[in-house]
Write a protein that binds this ligand. Structure first.
Ligand code: F6P
Length: 491
C-alpha cells in the first residue's frame, strides 16, 4: 500500500449544499495536493457541537476523503476567534495594535491542538506523510511527536510571517512559534517571510544554522523554505474562457452599458486594504473628472469572522465610505461603486475577472493573494486587463508585469488606476504575457510537488525516502527533486 498524505487544516471545505464559502488559497492548494494522491483531509467541520466524539466523521466526496471533527462553543471562542484570529492573525499581518491576548485563549488554542493530535493519532499509520496548514495549528507537530509519531511532518504558513520584533510581541511566543521546530519542513509564501522566520529561529537559545536552510534547535532539525502558493492556471484559464460566454457574463456586460469595469474581490478583512482602496477610487474620481460616469468599481466582499469586533468595525467603515462616495459622485444614471457581500461560485467569478478591465488587488499585507493570480489567468491573452497590485502582497514577488503600488498612498493608486484604464493594447499584452507564462509553469501542482519533494529530502530517515518518492509526479527528474526550489535557483 502506498503511503497516505494526511492534510490537516483548521477548516475543512467538505463540498455540501448550503456550505458556501469563498475558495481561498488554502482550499485551492489543499485540493490540488490531494488530487492524484492517496490521502485524507483532516480538520474542523465548521460546526459547533458539544458532544465529545473520539473518532472523526469520515466523508467521501469527489474522490477525496474528509475526516472532520466538531468544536465546542468554548473551543471555537478561545482557539478560533481567540488566539488564532484575535492574536496570531493580526500579529502575522503586522497589526500588533489589534492583538487582544488572553491566557484563557492561549490555553484554549493549546487544548484544541491537543484534541486535533488525539483524534489524528487514532488513525495515523506509521508511513503516513502529514502536512499541516496554517497558523491555527502551529503546535500540532509537537503534540504528535509527544504521542510517539515519527512520521514526516511538514507545515505551511499561508499568511505572512512578520519580522522578529513583531513576532516577539506575542506573549509566550516560544510555546507557539518555537513549536514550529518540531516540524521537519516549515514552508512560507515568500523569501521575505522565510527570512523573517530564520531570524526568529536564530534568536532562539542555542540555535544553529546548518546547510540548505536547516536549523538545529533543542536537538531537533528543521528546514525552512519559500514555496509560493499558486492556482490551477490552465484549468482556470479554460473556465474563464467558457464563463465569458455564460448568461451571467452577458448580464454583467449588459448592466455596464458601456462603462469600464474595475474589480476588487476580497474577504471582508482589515488586512485587505478595502478602505484605502475606496479612498483611492474617490481620489481618482476627484482628480479625473473626465472618468466620471465612464467607469464603475465592482467590489465583491464576502463577510468573514463576523463575531470579531474588528471585522464588524471594518464592515461599518467600508459601508459608510462607499455610500459617501456614491452619494457624492453618483448620478441617477450612474453608481460609482457596486458593493456586494455575496459569495460567487468559482465559475461565475472567473467570468467576472475576464470581464474586468482592471483588478485592484491592494492588500495592506497578504501572504500571497490568489485573486491576483486568478485575474491574470482569466484574461483574454489577445485583449487582457491590467492588474494593479500591492507591493505588500506575496504575489508581487512573482507578478512583476502588474502595476505595483503602495496601498497607503491613495494618489499613487489613483494614478495607477488611470494608467491602467488608459493603457494601450500592446503594453497590456506585453505585461500580461510573461505573467501568464510564469503561472502556467509555477502552478499549484508544481507547488505541491516542490513542497512534498523538499519534505521527502528533508526527512532524516533514509528508509522513508523511497516511499515518499511515490508522492512525486513521475514527470519530475531525480535531479529536480534533490533540493527545494530556492536551493535549486541558487545552484
Ligand atoms: O489563508 C488564511 C485563512 O485563514 C485560511 O486558513 C482559511 O481557509 C481562510 O483564511 C478563511 O478564513 P476562515 O477559515 O477564518 O474563514
Amino acid at each position: 500500500m502506498s503511503p497516505r498524505l494526511i492534510i490537516v487544516s483548521n477548516r475543512v471545505a467538505v463540498p455540501e449544499p448550503g456550505n458556501k464559502q469563498m475558495a481561498g488559497g488554502l482550499v485551492v492548494a489543499v485540493k490540488a495536493a490531494l488530487r492524484n494522491r492517496t490521502g485524507v483531509w483532516f480538520g474542523w467541520s465548521g460546526k459547533i457541537d458539544e458532544t465529545e466524539t473520539a473518532q472523526p466523521r469520515i466523508v467521501e466526496r469527489n474522490h477525496i476523503t474528509y475526516a472532520v471533527i466538531d468544536l465546542s462553543k468554548t473551543d471555537f471562542e478561545e482557539y478560533y476567534n481567540g488566539l488564532a484570529n484575535r492574536v496570531l492573525w493580526p500579529i502575522l499581518h503586522y497589526r500588533v495594535d489589534l492583538q487582544e491576548y488572553s491566557r484563557a485563549d492561549h490555553s484554549g488554542y493549546m487544548r484544541v491542538n491537543r484534541q486535533f493530535a488525539d483524534r489524528l493519532s487514532a488513525f495515523l499509520r506509521e508511513d503516513d506523510v502529514v502536512w499541516v496548514h496554517d497558523y491555527h495549528l502551529m503546535p500540532l507537530a509537537r503534540e504528535l511527536r509527544a504521542r510517539g509519531h515519527l512520521n514526516p511532518i511538514g507545515f505551511f504558513l499561508h499568511i505572512p510571517c512578520a519580522p522578529l520584533d513583531i513576532l516577539r510581541t506575542l506573549p509566550h511566543h516560544e510555546e507557539i512559534l518555537g513549536a514550529l521546530t518540531y516540524y521537519d519542513l516549515v514552508g512560507f509564501q515568500t523569501e521575505n517571510d522565510r527570512d523573517n522566520f530564520a531570524a526568529y529561529l536564530l534568536a532562539m537559545p542555542g540555535a544553529k544554522e546548518g546547510r540548505d536552510l536547516t536549523f538545529e534547535v533543542g536537538g531537533r532539525q528543521t528546514r525552512i523554505g519559500a514555496f509560493p502558493v499558486s492556482i490551477e492556471t490552465a484549468t482556470y484559464a479554460r473556465l474563464a474562457r467558457n464563463a465569458a460566454r455564460s448568461p451571467l457574463a452577458k448580464e454583467i456586460k449588459e448592466s455596464l452599458t458601456g462603462l469600464r469595469l474595475v474589480l476588487g474581490v476580497d474577504r471582508l478583512d482589515y488586512s485587505k486594504g478595502i478602505v484605502q482602496r475606496i479612498n483611492a477610487f474617490d481620489r481618482f474620481l476627484e482628480v479625473n473628472p473626465e472618468w466620471r460616469s465612464r467607469v464603475t468599481l465592482l467590489q465583491i466582499t464576502p463577510r468573514s469572522r463576523s463575531d470579531l469586533k474588528d471585522y464588524a468595525a471594518i464592515e461599518n467603515e467600508v459601508t459608510a465610505l462607499i455610500s459617501r462616495v456614491n452619494g457624492h459622485y453618483g448620478e441617477a444614471s450612474w453608481t460609482p461603486i457596486r458593493y456586494i457581500n455575496r459569495v460567487y461560485s468559482r465559475t461565475a467569478l472567473s467570468g467576472i475577472y475576464r470581464a474586468a478591465d482592471v483588478a485592484l488587488v491592494t492588500p495592506l499585507r497578504d501572504g500571497m493573494n490568489i485573486v491576483a493570480k486568478e485575474y491574470v489567468a482569466a484574461q483574454d491573452p489577445e485583449n487582457p486587463g491590467v492588474l494593479v497590485l500591492s507591493q505588500f502582497a506575496g504575489a508581487a514577488a512573482e507578478l512583476t508585469g502588474a502595476l505595483i503600488v503602495n496601498p497607503h498612498e491613495s494618489d499613487a493608486v489613483a494614478a495607477a488606476l488611470k494608467r491602467a484604464l488608459e493603457m494601450p493594447l500592446f503594453e497590456r499584452r506585453e505585461r500580461h504575457g510573461p505573467m501568464l507564462e510564469h503561472l502556467l509553469v509555477h502552478n499549484i501542482e508544481r507547488w505541491a510537488e516542490d513542497y512534498l519533494a523538499a519534505l521527502a529530502e528533508t526527512r532524516q530517515r533514509p528508509s522513508l525516502m523511497s516511499e515518499l518518492r511515490a508522492f512525486l509526479s513521475p514527470s519530475r527528474s531525480s535531479t529536480d527533486r534533490r533540493a527545494p526550489p530556492e536551493a535549486r535557483r541558487q545552484a
